[in-house]
Design a protein around this ligand. Structure first.
Ligand code: SAM
Length: 312
């Protein structure tokens, strides 16, 4: 097995959110496509793009398997493998017309390809090996979006998504985006309490936000009175929530549809702060389409915010 164990209930929650959105999205789109066919109009093509696809699932951690063992009388139904976003997207009564799975590790992509090979929807799947930023930019630029609608899921480990990629997605005016934004893991954690940022971290934040302006918001000057007058010192002024708000503000500048205020903070409570925020944005500026997409996403997020354990 190529993939190392990772994941927790936060992972399950993240995947449940995406699955639920995809189910409702497909239902709405199938209705729209049926109407288009009835009226002899051009019929939309639908696409699901999983840009950090992985292997299709993850092996459970040893302790999780042992915990299940204690609860069950036989070991017959012990779960050792958790289905991930790519395979989950292929389930359900309705389907997308196309599925694109992007993964940079060849071995992982091959494992996913193998898992999908005997699936009824296998012929609709395309497997792309490489950096998702480059592949997504190419896809956004080279696709005719006029009669096409898509959902993109960005599920990186850290600051892997470049701002330019987010911008390109927005420019399609056809994509609904779920972005697992690394608010704690990739932003908050990179700035010391003294407001220091290593050159490497600064570079990664510039790429993540596509602007140097985060410096003005995430680091503040504090005046301290001392025996010999006052000194000005730098302090950390960012939290995972303010980092998320900053990203939402950035995304609003390019998403013609909108970006939801409601986000889902995710991560193990033992860290003391959320590692990620799940952000939803829609590129389509049509009023009705936006109301439907954002309404569905908002209700899914709201139903889980309390359960996430991160109450603000
Ligand atoms: C959090 S895992 C994704 C898990 C997957 N969504 C699931 O539910 O099973 C992130 C994946 O992205 C891949 N990855 C990391 N950086 C990448 C990049 N720049 N382009 C494409 N894939 C990348 C990793 O190899 C890893 O498999």
């Amino acid at each position: 097995m190529e993939q190392i164990p990772f994941g927790s209930t936060a992972t399950d929650m993240k995947l449940d959110v995406i699955s639920e959105y995809l189910t409702q999205y497909k239902r709405v789109m199938h209705g729209a496509q049926a109407k288009q066919r009835r009226n002899g109009w051009r019929v939309w093509d639908t696409m699901y793009i999983d840009a950090f696809a992985g292997t299709g699932g993850r092996p459970l951690k040893k302790e999780d398997i042992e915990n299940q063992d204690k609860l069950l009388e036989t070991d017959e139904s012990i779960e050792e493998f958790k289905v991930g976003s790519a395979l989950r997207a292929l389930t359900g009564k309705q389907s997308f017309d196309h599925y694109i799975f992007i993964e940079e590790k060849r071995k992982k992509l091959n494992e996913l390809r193998e898992r999908v090979s005997d699936h009824a929807l296998a012929e609709r799947c395309v497997f792309v090996q490489g950096d998702s930023n480059q592949k997504l930019v190419e896809l956004c630029e080279n696709t005719s979006w006029r009669d096409r609608r898509a959902v993109v899921f960005l599920d990186p480990f850290g600051n892997s998504v470049a701002w330019d990629t987010v911008e390109k997605i927005a420019q399609t005016r056809a994509i609904d985006l779920w972005y697992l934004f690394p608010s704690g893991n990739g932003v908050f954690r990179q700035i010391s309490n003294l407001g220091r940022v290593t050159p490497e971290s600064a570079k990664s934040l510039d790429r993540l936000f596509g602007t140097p302006d985060w410096r003005n918001e995430f680091v503040a000057e504090e005046v301290r009175e001392g025996l010999f007058g006052h000194t000005v010192e730098l302090v950390k002024a960012v939290t995972p929530e303010s980092a998320t708000d900053f990203m939402i503000k950035r995304m609003r500048s390019v998403f013609a549809g909108g970006v939801l205020d409601h986000t889902l903070p995710l991560g193990d409570l033992r860290h003391g702060y959320p590692l990620y925020s799940l952000i939803f944005a829609w590129a389509n500026d049509g009023k009705r389409a936006g109301e439907i997409a954002s309404g569905i996403a908002k209700s899914i997020i709201e139903s889980r915010r309390e359960k996430s354990g991160w109450l603000f």
